[in-house]
Write a protein that binds this ligand. Structure first.
Ligand code: PMP
Ligand code: GLU
Length: 386
């Protein structure tokens, strides 16, 4: 019998990646699939960013870079943190990795020791529990529901803290719910983490996809002590439609970042040199270059919500950011089965909520055209009526 590492043997595959791959496969076979599974913008990477990649190849930027990323990119990231988030990190406190997923994985590997507890809420992004498992840690999940706005409260957080608590992961705006933590809420969470000396991983990958008048706050900006305890994670995938380029980054206390550097030195080395050069241009660009994509997402969100309202039996919390609507299917039936059936029978791909720790739900991504949103929800409505 195959014997594998005890930390890896119970690792689950990624539901998001599996369903997305299955939807693409069905489309290749000629089926007319409405893809609400996608966890990525459907837009093409903006031209000025592509050109920077091409120029990098032509100029010979095709060699190893420092493992933690080029000085130029780390300076651009430091400037971004200061300008957008009010965070003052030195370039030496920043490590660039192959996507925010890789940054999160590195941090968890470095900080979590056998038996250490990592707190996050459900619904959670599918990869958090598996990353904690891979590090030998224990996930402590705080359940949240639609009634609590899918958010943890100071009380629920305090109840889950033990002497073994090492890290709290906060993801705002959230995948899969689109819910955001606002400044006052983050301040209360920060106070508790400071009092208990708990590190915070702030997954800010959807920072640039925020709708209406909602404002983004980085938890690390709320005081010196929480700044020192926070590892801020972000990347270019979602904001700049650059998922395939694989550039993410993390910033935090120098002492921790030096361990992350060593870990990355011996695993991936540097993320792709060409992608790094393109990311510099992305981060230096004016906000208008991406505002337009955000406006389009907002229109699609409004449309998807309108279409869902007409279905009747489905409920959701209005997403404030990201590009997902997390739909409660409990009035219709077993959501895990339904996700499978609507893909097989009417070719609509959504991600079942069990992978996010919320089995009554299906996640629909609105990172697709208005026509496809109308078509997809109408297929679901007809399927339910039948
Ligand atoms: N965090 C969350 C919550 C996400 O949804 C994603 C998307 N895959 C990531 C991190 C990682 O993004 P990437 O690795 O593409 O930067
Ligand atoms: N974050 C995206 C999603 O949740 C991409 C897939 C993944 O990396 O999990 O669908």
């Amino acid at each position: 019998m195959l014997h594998v590492n005890r930390r890896i043997k119970d690792m689950l595959g990624s539901t998001t990646l599996a369903i997305t791959a299955r939807a693409k496969e069905l489309a290749v076979q000629g089926h007319d699939v409405v893809n609400f599974a996608a966890g990525e913008p459907d837009f093409d990477t903006p031209d000025f960013i592509k050109k920077a990649g091409i120029k990098a190849i032509e100029n010979g930027a095709t060699k190893y870079t420092p493992s933690i990323g080029t000085q130029e990119l780390r300076e651009a990231i430091a400037a971004k943190f200061q300008k957008d988030n009010g965070l003052v990190y030195k370039p030496s406190q920043i490590v660039v990795s192959c996507g925010a997923k890789h940054s999160l994985f590195n941090i968890i590997q470095v900080l979590v020791d056998d038996g250490d507890e990592v707190i996050f809420q459900s619904p959670y992004w599918v990869s958090y529990p598996e990353m904690v498992k891979a590090a030998g840690g224990k996930s402590v999940v705080i359940p949240t529901d639609a009634a609590s706005g899918f958010k943890i409260t100071p009380d629920s957080l305090k109840k889950h803290i033990t002497p073994k608590t090492k890290i709290l992961i906060i993801n705002s705006p959230s995948n899969p719910t689109g819910v955001m933590y606002h400044k006052e809420e983050l301040a209360k969470i920060a106070e508790i983490c400071v009092a208990h000396k708990i590190y915070v991983i702030s997954d800010e990958i959807y920072e640039k996809l925020i709708y209406d008048t909602n404002e983004f706050t980085s938890i690390a900006s709320l005081g010196r002590e929480i700044f020192d305890l926070t590892l801020t994670v972000n990347g270019v995938s979602k904001a700049y439609a650059m998922t395939g380029w694989r550039i993410g980054y993390a910033a935090g206390a120098l002492e921790i970042m030096e361990y992350i550097k060593k870990y990355q030195d011996h695993s991936t080395s540097n993320p792709t040199s060409i992608s790094q050069a393109a990311a510099v241009e992305a981060l230096k660009a004016s906000p208008e270059s991406i505002d337009q994509m955000c406006q389009v997402f907002k229109k699609r969100r409004d449309l998807m919500l309108q279409c869902l309202d007409r279905v009747g039996k489905l409920s959701y919390i209005r997403p404030e950011g990201a590009f997902y609507v997390f739909c409660d299917f409990s009035k219709v039936g077993d959501a895990t089965m339904i996700a499978k059936q609507i893909l097989d029978e009417v070719k609509v791909a959504g991600i079942p909520g069990d992978g996010f720790g919320a089995p009554n739900y299906i996640r629909f991504s609105f990172a697709t055209s208005e026509a496809r949103i109308q078509e997809g929800i109408s297929r679901v409505a007809k399927w339910i009526a039948k």
